[in-house]
Design a binder for this molecule. Structure first.
Ligand SMILES: [Zn+2]
Ligand SMILES: [Zn+2]
Length: 131
């Protein structure tokens, strides 16, 4: 089976508000892995079991740590997954293909998604998924 299990992630730091981006190899995440922002804050934890991953992200918007569960296959198949705070809807992370994730970060640096959410274009209760 040949499958690229590596995805790009960009996470908004709950301490300094900057995006940190990195690659994650989901099959290697069987050993729980975490990533830090350049400010030293841990922004992302991932652990994989039986084809699923648990992702913990401390949320800049509400101060809680949110857990997101995905099937590894779904994460790899989808172009981009946007992880939003379930409380306020602010986007806190993007996962997916490198060029798309980087593009999202560049665009959403301008808080475009917040604007779209405000305008009702994006449903804040759901993860916004682009196929
Ligand atoms: Zn930081
Ligand atoms: Zn939150």
């Amino acid at each position: 089976m040949i499958m690229d299990s590596s995805i790009r992630a960009a996470v908004k730091c709950s301490e300094c508000g900057r995006y940190t981006s990195f690659h994650i190899n989901l099959f290697e995440a069987k050993r729980p892995t975490s990533r830090r922002c350049s400010c030293g804050n841990i922004v992302f934890k991932v652990s994989a079991t039986k084809g699923e991953v648990d992702i913990d992200i401390p949320c800049i918007a509400c101060g809680e740590t949110h857990r997101y569960k995905y099937k590894i296959k779904d994460l790899i198949d989808k172009s981009v997954n946007i992880l939003a705070c379930p409380v306020c809807g602010m986007e806190i992370a993007f996962l997916g293909k490198e060029y798309l994730v980087d593009d999202m970060v560049n665009r959403y640096m301008d808080d475009m998604l917040e604007l779209l959410t405000h305008l009702g274009v994006i449903d804040k209760t759901k993860r916004w998924v682009i196929k």
